[in-house]
Each structure stands twice: as structure tokens, then as C-alpha cells.
Design a protein around this ligand. Structure first.
Ligand code: BES
Ligand code: ZN
Ligand code: ZN
Length: 495
């Protein structure tokens, strides 16, 4: 990752390969440079619109002028996107060192983002924008060379402390996001349930605050974790049920949050086989698990004052002679029986086990992240996750976390009347509704009876934003690491 520092020296003293200045802040430039830059801007008919950039070569420097449009309308997501765009441009022109002029006071006032968050967002934008997943690719030496090594933010000395904090936090959240992206982008032949369990164990090994327990097939049979075992039956890969525990020595109020992440390492649909077009990207189906692992990869640097439990049911969903069949009935960890109608609605079946298993930890809150339904993508598109929750305060906190982190979230209803769509003639529930409509809602409703009684719970359907079909400024095609920054932001508001 790039090295990011702050400087209280005047911006024009910078010797970086590229000097980045916002259009609304051209005064940061030295008088002579400013005049020539302004002339070029005028002759190029540069417009101060969000994300518009203009590269100017003066005799001594390369200057990147960046438009932000109306600061009053700039959201965190916009801000990150602009900086990501800057990172991409810097790489394109092979700039290894960058200096960014940041008029913190003015930006903070107009955008209503506090200085620390502004910097955090800038660090995230630059880092996420520069990300590529090229480890399996033969890249020519020239392209390999194109890496940003050093970024310096030029700021007013009176914000030094906040800026440094923003840099630290932004580097951690970015690192965790990239950790998750890498896991999602890796082929499913690598990221098997066993592989995920080894990652979890290595996180525990590296951090004294974290411990890890793995349940294999035998242990799950003993405990009656029937959903995970049922879904895993068609695969040659052994299922794993991963528990990660972050327990700081002294928590302020002894509160416990359980985070659950769907870990279907490949979703072929099972015997309810997906079409080839729908199956193409299904290595993404462990994106919830990847987000949880990303969060745990930096949790001991954040040191939240709360117990955090991460639960990952990890399975591969495959057809075979041994595979679970439509009409089969499985018994979940809490004793409820489920009739499997579609083996492609596997996520909810394994989450049922994980949610009821959460009771073991006497949680105060449970949040699950899951690439659960295509219907949620239809409803909210590829950028917005669906939020379902039984608790108003939890909803409020998560929505605040969403706007502060730039990861988009929209609440959908748990419609009580639809519960009967999941009634089965032969078991306590069936895993899909016959109705074509409202699939994201019935998916969430299916999970609800497995949540320990009275515990505030949120289900976040990340089927859309976990993956990107094509390159954007903030992320290349592939896994996005969605959820990591949202949950870290949520944790920092409630801890
Ligand atoms: N993993 C999929 C959901 C999904 C779809 C994630 C598209 C990301 C992008 C899930 O297991 C699934 O197959 N859901 C079915 C549910 C249906 C059978 C009720 C779906 O959405 O079609
Ligand atoms: Zn499926
Ligand atoms: Zn799935």
C-alpha cells in the first residue's frame, strides 16, 4: 500500500511528481504558476464539475486540477470517487509521488464532513482507486512500475492532529477493504471453506485479542447444525463453521455484537442448477464472509471497546449424486425443520444455523452480511445494499454508518403478511416462496425465526454492491469489499 503522510509546508514547495489542487482552491498555487494555470484552464474551457480533471505541465511541475462542483452537494461517496479518479490518473501518467493541497477548513464548513472524515475519505478514495488484482496475470514490467508510492496532504497546521487521525483510520479501513476484495477475486478453487478457515486461524494467530474456533463436518453433526451439512452434501469440499472472537481484556459495558457473513465459496445453485450466465460470477457468494474476515484483519488496530464475534458458515454449493434435493428436509441448529424447495436458496439455510448459533454468545446485537438474493439487485441496483431490521435504533445507526462511510444502504420492510408464503405442508418452513415477487423480502423473512428471541437484528443483503460488473473509479471489475467500511463505521459510532 502507498505511504501517506501530512505536511504543514506550503503546497508550492512540493517536489512531488504530481501536484494535485482543487479548482476551488487555486490560491494554494504560487502567484506565477497560478496565473499560467488559470490561463490554461480558461483556454481548455475546464468546467468545475465533480470528477473533471485537467493535467497541466508547467516547466517545473505537473499539476492536476480537480473539479468538485458544488461543495454543498458533495457526499462522502462522491468525495472518495473523485480521489479514486485522481489515483487512476496519477498511475496513468506514472506519477510515483503526489502532493494534495487540502483546504480543510473551507471543505469541512461547506460539505459538513468533519476534517478527520474528509481525510479518511481521501485516503480511502486514493487507496481503493489504485487497487488492482493482477497476481494471476502476466503484466509487463512497465505497467508493474506504475505504482503510487507516496502521498502527502498539505494542510493547515491547526488541523495536524485530526488529519493524522484521518490518515491512520483511512489506511486501516482501506487495508481491510482490500483484504476482502482479494478474497472475493481469488478463484473459488482457492477460497474453499478450508481455505477460509485457515485465513481465520492465521488472523487469530497474529493477534492476541482474537481467538478462532473451527467446526468441521463431524463436530457439526454432533451439534445438529443440519442446514450447513445439508447444503454442503453435494460438494467434495468439507464445510467449515468458523467462529472468530475479538475480546478486549476489559470492555466498557461487556456488550457483544455478533457479525455473520454468508460464506458460500461457490454457488452453482446445486441441483437447482444456475444458468451459465448466472453462475459466471458465483465465486462472489462468500463476499459476506470476506467482509467479516477483512474487519477482523484490522480489528485489533481499532481496539473497539466491545466483544465482537464473527460467524462464518462456509460451504460450496454443488450438484452431485450426494447433493441435497428439492423436497429434502433439514433440521436447523435451533431445531426448526426446513423443506428445501430450491437448492439455489442455500444462503438462507446456512445462515439459519449461524443466526441461531449466535445465541451461544448472548449477543446484544446481530448483523448479517449476505449476497442473498438476485431480487435485491433488481430492487436496488448494483450500488445499494438492502437493509432489513427489527430494531429502529440499529437501523438508524447503520444508516448513519452508511452515509459516513460512503457505502450505500436502503431500508426495505419485513412485511409480516408475506410470512405465510414460507409455510410448508411437511416442515416448519420451506426455503423459498412460490411467488415471483418480493424475493429480497421473503429471503429476509426466512431468516427472522432463527434470530435469538428479543435480540436486535439487521440483515444486509449485499448481492448487488459486493461485485462490480465493470470498472469504476473506486473499484475495478470484480469484488468490491462492500460492508467492511460500513460495519467499521457503525462500530466506531456505537463503541
Ligand atoms: N447467491 C445467490 C444470490 C445472488 C444473485 C448473489 C446474484 C449475487 C448476485 C443466492 O444463493 C440465490 O441463488 N438466490 C436465489 C433465490 C431464489 C432461488 C429464491 C435468487 O436470487 O435467484
Ligand atoms: Zn443460490
Ligand atoms: Zn448464494
Amino acid at each position: 500500500m502507498m505511504n501517506i503522510t501530512l505536511s504543514v509546508q506550503p503546497f508550492y514547495l512540493s517536489h512531488a511528481d504530481l501536484s494535485v489542487v482543487f479548482y476551488c482552491d487555486l490560491n494554494s498555487l504560487e502567484t506565477k504558476t497560478r496565473i499560467s494555470v488559470k490561463n490554461i484552464i480558461a483556454s481548455e474551457q475546464f468546467e468545475d464539475k465533480q470528477g473533471k480533471i485537467l493535467l497541466i505541465r508547467t516547466d517545473k511541475k505537473r499539476i492536476l486540477v480537480v473539479g468538485l462542483g458544488k461543495l454543498e452537494e458533495l457526499t462522502m461517496h462522491d468525495w472518495q470517487t473523485v480521489l479514486a479518479h485522481v489515483a487512476r490518473k496519477a498511475k496513468e501518467v506514472n506519477a510515483k509521488t503526489l502532493t494534495v493541497a487540502l483546504p480543510i477548513e473551507e471543505f469541512a464548513k461547506k460539505t459538513s464532513m468533519i476534517p478527520e472524515k474528509l481525510i479518511q475519505g481521501a485516503v480511502e478514495g486514493l487507496t481503493l482507486g489504485a487497487y488492482e488484482f493482477i497476481k494471476h496475470k502476466h503484466v509487463d514490467e512497465q505497467k508493474k512500475e506504475k505504482r503510487i508510492e507516496e502521498v502527502t496532504f498539505c494542510v493547515d497546521v491547526k488541523f495536524e492532529k485530526e488529519v493524522q487521525k484521518g490518515i491512520d483510520v483511512g489506511q486501516r479501513t482501506s487495508k481491510a477493504t482490500l483484504f476482502a476484495r482479494d478474497l472475493v477475486n481469488e478463484p473459488s478453487s482457492v477460497t474453499t471453506p478450508t481455505f477460509l478457515s485457515l485465513i481465520a486461524q492465521s488472523l487469530a494467530k497474529d493477534n492476541p485479542d482474537i481467538s478462532c474456533e473451527i467446526l468441521g463436518k463431524k463436530e457439526m453433526e454432533k451439534l445438529g447444525i443440519g442446514g450447513i451439512l445439508g447444503i454442503a452434501r453435494g460438494s467434495d469440499e468439507e464445510p467449515k463453521f468458523i467462529t472468530l472472537k475479538y475480546q478486549p481484556r476489559k470492555t466498557r459495558n461487556g456488550k457483544t455484537i455478533v457479525l455473520v457473513g454468508k460464506g458460500v465459496t461457490f454457488d452453482s445453485g446445486g441441483l437447482s442448477l444456475k444458468s451459465d450466465a448466472n453462475m459466471e460470477t458465483m465465486k462472489l457468494d462468500m463476499a459476506g464472509a470476506a467482509a467479516i474476515l477483512g474487519i477482523f484483519s484490522i480489528i485489533s488496530e481499532f481496539k473497539p471497546n466491545i466483544n465482537i464475534i464473527g460467524l462464518i458458515p462456509a460451504v460450496e454449493n454443488m450438484p452431485s449424486g450426494k447433493a441435497i434435493k428439492p423436497g429434502d428436509i433439514v433440521t436447523s441448529y435451533n431445531g426448526k425443520t426446513i423443506e428445501i424447495i430450491s437448492t439455489d436458496a442455500e444462503g438462507r439455510v446456512i445462515l439459519a444455523d449461524a443466526l441461531s448459533f449466535a445465541e451461544t454468545f448472548h449477543p446484544d446485537t446481530i448483523i448479517d452480511l449476505a449476497t442473498l438474493t438476485g431480487a435485491c439487485v433488481v430492487a436496488l441496483g448494483e450500488e445499494v445494499a438492502g437493509l432489513f431490521t427489527t430494531d429502529r435504533r440499529l437501523s438508524e445507526h447503520l444508516l448513519i454508518g452508511s452515509s459516513l462511510s460512503g457505502e450505500k444502504l436502503w431500508e426495505l420492510p419485513l412485511v409480516k403478511d408475506y410470512e405465510e408464503l414460507l409455510k410448508s405442508p411437511v416442515a416448519d418452513m420451506k426455503n423459498v416462496s412460490k411467488k415471483r415477487y418480493g424475493g429480497a423480502i421473503t429471503g429476509a423473512l426466512f431468516l427472522k425465526p432463527f434470530v435469538p428471541e428479543g435480540v436486535p437484528w439487521a440483515h444486509i443483503d449485499i448481492a448487488g454492491p459486493a461485485w462490480q460488473e465493470k470498472d469504476s473509479s473506486l473499484c475495478p471489475e470484480g469484488g468490491t469489499g462492500f460492508g467492511v467500511r460500513l460495519i467499521l463505521e457503525y462500530l466506531s459510532t456505537v463503541c
